[in-house]
Design a protein around this ligand. Structure first.
Ligand code: GDP
Length: 300
């Protein structure tokens, strides 16, 4: 009898408590949503991306019961964090490898974002995974880039195919790929030319990249994005994705002050994941992209 009474009492208490349980409403999320919106904008996420995200999260949050012992705003932050992580791919996105040697990785991006540095970093990263690599120097518009890649290649112990600057990038790609096949390497990474700003991405550059892509038939086309790009990242990623089709991105200079809002824009506008991040100027400073860590950084 005592047991039955105890169970009944427990049920009554449970139901009573549950009925009184708080639910997230349009009204009680207005204030915290405003703070979250501010945090996203401060992290330099582009405005249209912020708007879409806030709308989606609000729709999802309204009507959700608040977990016992948790304040409604805390619960909302958890929903936002989970959504951010999901939006950025959830888990680490691994690099893809082709079934036939060599796997080709094409790097694209604006000038100064860290493409040349990332080319060599990536070669070292893959070398540490036991893969043999070769680099192709394809930035013909910045002569120093070729010398820079040759030096970095030596530093990380990876051969670099360079053919100077008086040659079309697609021809360099063709020759480099032939060389890679001769060397029987597992992977080829090609550095390409960039322009100064997103606005100046011109047709000639995109056509050249398309030609290079056709020659290489790459498994990965990775857009290198400077974490400081901020708001412009959305337009930049859209342009490259529409024009050449990317498979993912590498976010560089995350060791800087930037909260990294660009990371959110990349996935939101292209549907493609960030695969790696650069965290410094040393060759070892390249690591996988962890969406959960990034969500924390963006929310501040
Ligand atoms: P590219 O024009 O895209 O090939 O850019 P570079 O590879 O020449 O890099 C431009 C500058 O950014 C160089 O001074 C690099 O050392 C620096 N850089 C590249 N990646 C990073 C990074 O992750 N963190 C920091 N702090 N600097 C970086």
């Amino acid at each position: 009898l005592l047991a039955i009474v105890s169970i009944a009492l427990f049920l009554i208490l449970f139901i009573a408590f549950d009925v009184e349980r708080e639910v997230l409403t349009k009204e009680n999320i207005v204030e915290p949503m405003r703070d979250i919106r501010r945090a996203l904008l401060e992290a330099d996420v582009s405005l249209p991306v912020v708007r879409r995200f806030i709308q989606a999260v609000s729709d999802q949050a309204v009507g959700t019961g608040v977990i016992r012992g948790v304040r409604p705003d805390q619960q909302l932050v958890k929903i936002v964090r989970d959504e951010l992580v999901k939006l950025m791919g959830g888990e680490v996105s691994e690099l893809l490898f082709s079934n036939t040697k060599p796997t080709v990785i094409l790097l694209a991006g604006l000038q100064g974002v860290g493409k040349t540095t990332v080319s060599a970093k990536l070669a070292l990263y893959l070398k540490k995974l036991g893969k043999s690599c070769m680099l192709i120097a394809g930035d013909v518009y910045r002569p120093a880039a070729i010398d820079q890649l040759v030096i970095l290649g030596e530093q990380v112990g990876v051969p670099v195919y360079a053919a100077g600057t008086d040659i079309k990038p697609a021809e360099i790609a063709r020759q480099g790929l032939a060389e890679a096949r001769k060397k029987n390497v597992d992977l080829v990474i090609m550095d390409t030319a960039g322009r100064l700003q997103a606005r100046l991405i011109d047709k000639a550059m995109m056509d050249e990249l398309k030609e290079v892509k056709k020659v290489l038939n790459p498994t990965e086309v990775l857009l290198v994005v400077d974490a400081m790009t901020g708001q412009e990242a959305a337009a930049l990623v859209t342009t490259f994705n529409v024009e050449i089709g990317i498979t993912g991105a590498i976010l560089t200079k995350l060791d800087g002050d930037s909260r990294g809002g660009a990371a959110l824009s990349v996935k939101e506008v292209s549907g493609k994941p960030i695969k790696l991040v650069g965290r410094g100027e040393r060759m070892e400073d390249l690591e996988p992209f962890y969406p959960d860590r990034m969500a924390g950084r963006i929310l501040g």
